[in-house]
Every structure is written in C-alpha cells, then in structure tokens.
Design a protein around this ligand. Sequence first.
Ligand SMILES: C[S@@+](CC[C@H](N)C(=O)[O-])C[C@H]1O[C@@H](n2cnc3c(N)ncnc32)[C@H](O)[C@@H]1O
Length: 276
Amino acid sequence: VTGPLLAAATERLAAAGVASPRVDAELLLAHVLGAPRSRLLVVGPPSAVDVAAFAAALERRAGREPLQHILGVAWFRHVEVAVGAGVFVPRPETELLVDAVLPALQAAARPIAVDLCAGSGALALAIADEVPSARVVAVERAGPSGPWLERNAAGTRVEAVIGDVVDPAVLATLRGQVDAVVSNPPYVPSAVDVSPEVRADPAVAVFAGVDGLAVIPHVIALAAELLRPGGVLALEHDDTHADAVPALLAADGRWDQIAEHADLTGRPRYAVAVRS
Ligand SMILES: C[S@@+](CC[C@H](N)C(=O)[O-])C[C@H]1O[C@@H](n2cnc3c(N)ncnc32)[C@H](O)[C@@H]1O
C-alpha cells in the first residue's frame, strides 16, 4: 500500500537534490507511522492524518532541512542522540574514532575517556555504551549546543562539562590520567561552500578560520595535557588536512606512533597518536 507513496516521495526528494532520497523517504514515513522501516511495505493503508503528516515532513526535507532535525534524533554506533537546531548532527565517519580508542580503554583497569568538542555527545555516549567500565567526560563550549549535550548525557554515565578547549584550566583535575581522548572539532576552512544540510549545523561547529585549523592545535595541546603516557588520541580532520594534522602532532613533540587514517569513502579523515 505504501509502495506508490514511497515512490512518489523518493522522486520528490531526488528532484530537490537530496543525496539519499529513498532512504530518507522511508525513514520519514516510518517516523510518521511509528513503524519500523523494515515493515513499511506490509503495514496497512496510512490514515489521512498520517498522509498529511508525511507530506509535511517531506516538504521540510525537500527544503533541505536535515533529516535528523525532522526525526529529532540521530543514530551513532549503537546509541540514539537527540538533535535539532543549535547542535551538530553526528556523521557516520566520526564513528571510526571510537574503534581507534577502544583497545586502550578495554586494556585499562579503570578507564577514563574524554570527548573534546562534544556537540550532542555522540562520541562520549557511544564510548560509555561500549565500555561499561569507563568514566567518560564530554566537553562542549558554552552556547546553544550545551543544553543538547546535557540533555543527551542526563541519565547516562557521561559527565557533561561546559568549557572551552582553548582554556588551559579546563579539566585541570584529570591531567595525566586519561586513557583516551576523542575529538571531532570544527575543521572546515571558512570559504568552503557547504551543502544546505551542513549550513543547518551551527557555524561554530563546522568552520575553524580561513585554513580550518583554528581549533585543532588547542585540541592537540589539551589532549597532551590530559593523557597519561601511552594514552591514545583520535582526532578527526578535514580531508585536505592529511599532512597538516600529523605535522601539527609532530611539531607538538609529545606524540609517538602518529598515523593517518581514511574514512569509509577513502578520504583522509582522522589522525591517531599515542602520548609519549
Ligand atoms: C564538528 S562538531 C562535532 C560534535 C560532535 N563531536 C560530533 O562528532 O557529532 C564540533 C563541536 O565543537 C564545538 N566547539 C567549537 N569550538 C570549541 C571550543 N573552543 N571549545 C569547546 N567546544 C568547541 C562546537 O560547538 C561543536 O559542537
């Protein structure tokens, strides 16, 4: 019954330039019907109210409002986070940072992990979910994203800290004790023309000065302060920074085993390094 509805919706989203029109149409219909996406083709005929709600959701998406803002949630590894205006929507490529630090956390007796520039808290929440013994601290600057982090962290083991990674006093009590730091900071050069969906993210979450490197050196310096010797940093960066970020780590002088990694599309995406 929903087949023709989905086909028309897919066509509408494709015409609007949406990158994954069929998946988005299915997720929006599943959201409206309160049904799992896998059951869409076998559910009964939608009511007139549902059809109208689906049409409204579809128009929002055709206007290039992020899918996750319409759904109110984003999925990240095995966790679901609340998102909307004022907070960065977590992206699939960032999921790889968790894999990079899991071994260090699993090997520690009482692991401590820190997520710098935490946004919704997706990375921190995923680590807390996957390493039940870990203490997990998430740092996000004061501003509209802070309440999203606090809301997502509420009732979990993630400790939300409102602070600036540029501030040398942030997390002062954790210096030298942390086993893993993950960070997906803002890193897009300011002149880059981004898609409408990225424009819906807060500018401060996306852009970092003319070269995109305004925040990353502060993350590297703070991570070096926080990590114990042998602790691991996984740091996401722009695909144009495959040389610049490893060079910044090398220049900092406190890192061994600096390695560059690609995301699932093969683009250079994150650096991993071990605290000397
Ligand atoms: C690209 S978003 C990533 C959010 C989250 N880590 C994720 O992957 O979904 C970068 C985040 O860094 C925050 N941020 C930017 N500058 C910061 C600073 N100086 N101190 C702390 N957080 C900062 C932004 O507000 C934003 O939430």
